[in-house]
Design a protein around this ligand. Structure first.
Ligand SMILES: Cc1cc2nc3c(=O)[nH]c(=O)nc-3n(C[C@H](O)[C@H](O)[C@H](O)COP(=O)(O)OP(=O)(O)OC[C@H]3O[C@@H](n4cnc5c(N)ncnc54)[C@H](O)[C@@H]3O)c2cc1C
Length: 495
């Protein structure tokens, strides 16, 4: 008899697991609480404008990349633009283009920091060597610690003589390499890597687990991509794949309870019940308690490693803009990371990530217009009262608009068609990130690798995936966890 799988949530992780399993012959039902697919990588619309809610910068679409391999196995084609410059990293008034090509990237440092350039070059060469070695492992989707023959094989397949060279880096943070190359005093370099790590690993070099940090600093050199229309199209293609292969995908359908009986019984907010052999929970850890029956929750709670408090992650404040194209300088790159004042922390009003739609991307905006998503990390503890909320929103919005005016000198009020903002409450309401925690746990030694929460639970047929689950952090981590779930359920390699 065909096994039934209910996937709760249509983030990248749930969609990946659902699409791979449906293709493999399982009966998949995907239930999404929101009006849109894709969670933090979803979208919303206002008239002719489409705004990606969160994720905008694509990775893994290169040969052998994560999304490419999944797409190939599901016969999906994503319309992506490979970026020569991943982003402009703006530190105060200085601009550091993040070139995909490694030699160009190092030449940029030679020009910008001639005194430290050799040590910067040595730092990156070492980081990239680690990154390349880890990539060989990642290509096989290893799970830590491996608990089945299949998982052990996946781990062993990645081993090469180079793997042994990783041993001295175990148990360290990226700060170790910064010190080793005597770069603590090269402020632009520190701000540069910290900014990049905050966006990908949710923490800075001094706290970032070394292997995860090296992966983050290596990944863009394999390819960074603008997805035409937005990353949500990848999510929507995965939904189509589920449906085309005979599965069911429903929204808005908020799951309100998951109970273990002789089968799993999943109930949605309309009172519908779904029976399943497997439940895949693509929800943040903070949401789990309210969904599971008490006995099941008690059984899995120890494996959640006390990570259900949403404030252990960053929150985000996002600004969505629709602007007239005439205000955008011709050569302006699509992605910008901005550190307003290098003397302050890389968060809040001082540090944000700006993504602009490509000129002529009519899936995002009609002719003559562009849309923009700007996001910043916020400390959720500082957004608990109405007063704090209003005050902080105002400060961030001012900071974003004044930077925009600097980057687009001719821009004035007439050029703005929309200005919409979203704080932790919006993230809770629209994509069910309870408490507003987003992006996954900071990849510190306490949260990364062996210390991450695993996709399998002690309870038969109950699986977890998403950016809170190993390997964690961002859409690539979330997608990998979806692959792990699909592999564990099916017992097959799949991709
Ligand atoms: C502002 C911002 C910018 C980002 N930028 C980037 C970027 O540029 N590049 C990148 O790679 N990553 C980026 N990320 C990270 C990336 O978007 C996320 O890590 C990833 O999309 C999370 O996927 P997920 O599988 O964990 O699920 P989520 O995105 O959390 O989706 C889970 C889904 O489950 C649904 N759900 C929850 N509870 C229920 C329920 N009870 N019943 C039914 N459905 C439910 C939710 O509505 C949601 O749609 C960004 C994140 C944010 C917040």
């Amino acid at each position: 008899m065909t096994e039934k799988v209910v996937v709760v949530g249509s983030g990248f992780a749930g969609l990946t697991a659902g699409a791979l399993l449906q293709k493999e012959g399982y009966e998949v039902t995907l239930l999404e609480a929101a009006a849109e697919w894709g969670g933090c990588a979803g979208k919303f619309r206002r008239k002719n404008f489409t705004f990606p809610v969160g994720a905008t910068l694509g990775m893994g679409f290169e040969e052998n990349g994560l999304h490419r391999k999944i797409n190939d196995s599901l016969s999906i084609h994503s319309d992506v633009l490979p970026l020569e410059t991943v982003m402009d990293v703006r530190i105060g008034d200085r601009v550091f283009p993040y070139f995909t090509e490694r030699s160009r990237f190092l030449s940029m440092w030679e020009k910008e920091e001639p005194v430290d350039a050799l040590r910067i070059m040595n730092f990156f060469n070492e980081v990239w060597r680690i990154g390349q070695s880890l990539r060989k492992h990642m290509l096989h989707y290893p799970v830590l610690p491996p608990k089945s023959i299949q998982e052990l094989q996946a781990l062993l397949r990645g081993f090469s003589p180079m793997s042994v060279t990783l041993i001295p880096y175990l148990g360290r943070t990226l700060g170790f390499l910064v010190k080793k190359h005597r770069l603590e005093e090269c402020h632009s370099f520190i701000h540069f890597i910290n900014g990049v790590l905050m966006d990908s690993m949710q923490t800075t070099a001094d706290k970032c687990e070394l292997m995860m940090g090296a992966t983050a600093l290596d990944i863009y050199h394999h390819g960074a991509f603008y997805v035409r229309g937005g990353l949500f199209r990848v999510a929507e293609d995965l939904v189509s794949s589920i449906k085309e292969n005979g599965g069911i995908a429903k929204k808005p359908r908020e799951v309100v309870s998951i109970q273990k009986k002789d089968h799993w019984v999943i109930s949605d907010h309309r009172g519908n019940e779904y029976k399943a052999d497997h439940v895949v929970m693509n929800v943040p850890l903070s949401n789990i308690k309210t969904l599971l029956d008490e006995k099941t929750y008690r059984e899995i709670q120890p494996s959640l490693k006390k990570k259900e408090d949403p404030t252990k992650q960053w929150g985000t404040f996002t600004t969505y803009l629709a602007i007239k194209d005439e205000a955008v300088p011709r050569e302006m790159n699509l992605f910008h990371q901005v550190m307003v004042n290098p003397k302050l922390e890389p968060s809040g009003a001082n540090h944000f990530f700006m993504s602009l739609s490509e000129k002529g991307d009519h899936l995002r905006a009609s002719a003559g217009f562009r849309t923009m998503t700007v996001s910043t990390h916020i400390n959720l503890n500082e957004w608990q009262t109405q007063e704090q909320y209003e005050q902080q929103s105002k400060v961030i919005l001012n900071s974003v608009t004044s930077k925009l005016k600097q980057l687009m000198p001719g821009i004035d009020d007439d050029h703005f068609m929309y200005e919409i903002t979203g704080g932790p409450r919006a993230w809770e309401r629209f994509v069910k990130r309870q408490g507003g925690g987003v992006g996954g746990f900071p990849q510190t030694k306490e949260n990364a690798l062996w210390n991450a929460v695993q996709h399998r639970t002690k309870v038969d047929g109950l699986w977890l995936c998403g950016d809170n689950i190993f390997p964690g952090a961002g859409s690539i981590g979330a997608t990998s966890s979806g692959v792990h779930v699909a592999r564990s359920i099916s017992g097959k390699k799949l991709v």
